[in-house]
Design a protein around this ligand. Sequence first.
Ligand code: PEP
Ligand code: MG
Length: 587
Amino acid sequence: MKLYQGIGASLGVAIGKVFIVDRNRVSVSRHTITDDEAAQEIARFKRAVATSKDQLEDIRKKLSFDIGEEHGYILDSHLMILDDKMLINGTIEIIRGQMVNAEYALKEVVNRFMNIFNGMGDSYLRERKSDIEHVGERIQRNLSGKGIDSLSNIPEESIVVAHDLAPSDTFQMRKDRVLAFVTDIGSNTSHTAIMARSLELPSVVGLEDISLGVKNGDPIIVDGNLGVVVVNPDQDTFLEYLERQRKYKYFEKELIKISRLPAVTLDGHEVHLAANIEIPEEMDTVIGHGAKGVGLFRTEFLFLNRNELPTEEEHFMACKRIAEKMDPYHVVVRTFDLGGDKIPVPMPIKDEVNPALGLRAIRFSLTRMEIFKTQVRGILRASAYGNLKLMYPMISGVAEIRAANAVVREAMEELRREKLPFNENIEIGIMVEIPSAAITADVLARECDFFSVGTNDLIQYSLAIDRTNEHVAYLYEPLHPAVIRLLKMIVEAAHRQGIPVAMCGEMAGEAKYSLVLIGLGFDELSMSPFSIPRMKKVIRQSELKEAMELAENAMNFSTAEESRDYVISFMANRFPEDITREGKLMY
Ligand code: PEP
Ligand code: MG
């Protein structure tokens, strides 16, 4: 028996047999060509691109039919890469300039893209890197004449094990034969993960070398809830997972009912549960999981897969679409949080020694007013079509709110003159994610309509832990006494001023922290849509009174370890059906 721990990317428990999908790279060598051959090489490259396009369009058509238009965007992004000038013209230029074969020229161009993406900490952006890699490999396979293996003849009850899977691989698999996916690489936001979730198949990613340690036909268990994979399980383990699978299937049925119920405690306290989104296409999932609003729309993702900034019209259309879908519930649109770990390719941001403390988010927007105003105008115009709110990221003090508000006032004035409709009373809030903002929350609360606490950054800055550095990840402790104190200060300052306070960092979506956060007084928790029903289940079994007591007691410890042990063991005892002793979800 061999146990692997990875990242649980899609929930559920599957028991089946290994089916290895070998996506080894095509090896590429360099050879020089003559003047006459250059034209042939370019024609061969263009044919391979055209074949790749046909193949993807074919899969795209089938996809819209099989699992819904909503997911077509993943393939659209691959089709867009096939039209990318940097990729196509870049390859042709190298063929001509260096007089080399098409395979080598393409590899050079793909490597250039890889270098740009390598420095980025954000997992979503790293995923765009894998899109380009997948498209590059497809063209290489077509150039080599090897073609793409069909995955339609997978045996029944297969659990697919691969180094990595392209979305086009996943789309071709027969859902009646594949029980789960596991991959060596990938993250929670990888396409394998997104696809597995939309197909509702369990998935564990980031297993490092599992594809080298298994054989076709090996018995295998995948627990997407705990991120665990067991190969060749012994009898006891097998029975244990059979029981976990039974529990999860039962829970899945309950889930549908729970999604429609309110997040109300046993003593009648309602907690507002909202969703965090990155692209408008996520809205069906948001609604399907019972969100009462979008607590964070990370607009910087409008940059992805493109070389230029979004226009006002694009901002307007994206926000309008989300606002209309979510109406009457609110949608909090955060203005660009660029820089730091989220630098998209087209932005002219210079290298910084310490980007997390550099020209990012609202600081960047306030130095590039034209970019900021374009976005603000788009958002304001969309506010005429639903319950939109505006939010500034990384506010460190009052001066930044005032400067940003001045741009909003200017944009409003312009729209009035142009007779374009918008909500004159749009609420404007701030992310509280920098310690200086937390400490001066009382002053900031007088200058805005709401707070949303970004714990991902607040923890990073208050504990001085780079959120993208795995070597210090063990110090990243949401229940550190310093963090809990800051959270309490923020909530109290907001409520004294009579404004609501939400949390939209990852901490808000973890059931094990739910009671502490409710006890501290958060009015809204905004999270990944998938966490919402799980959170509701725990909240509906709780009382506000005990949550307040738990939060009060959690304040009394002097080390992070003590407060974590206290809270997690309380939650595991209180919800033995839902939360494990390690603080993970049971289902
Ligand atoms: C946060 O910092 O907690 C947050 C929600 O913002 P982001 O993760 O986009 O930085
Ligand atoms: Mg942040």
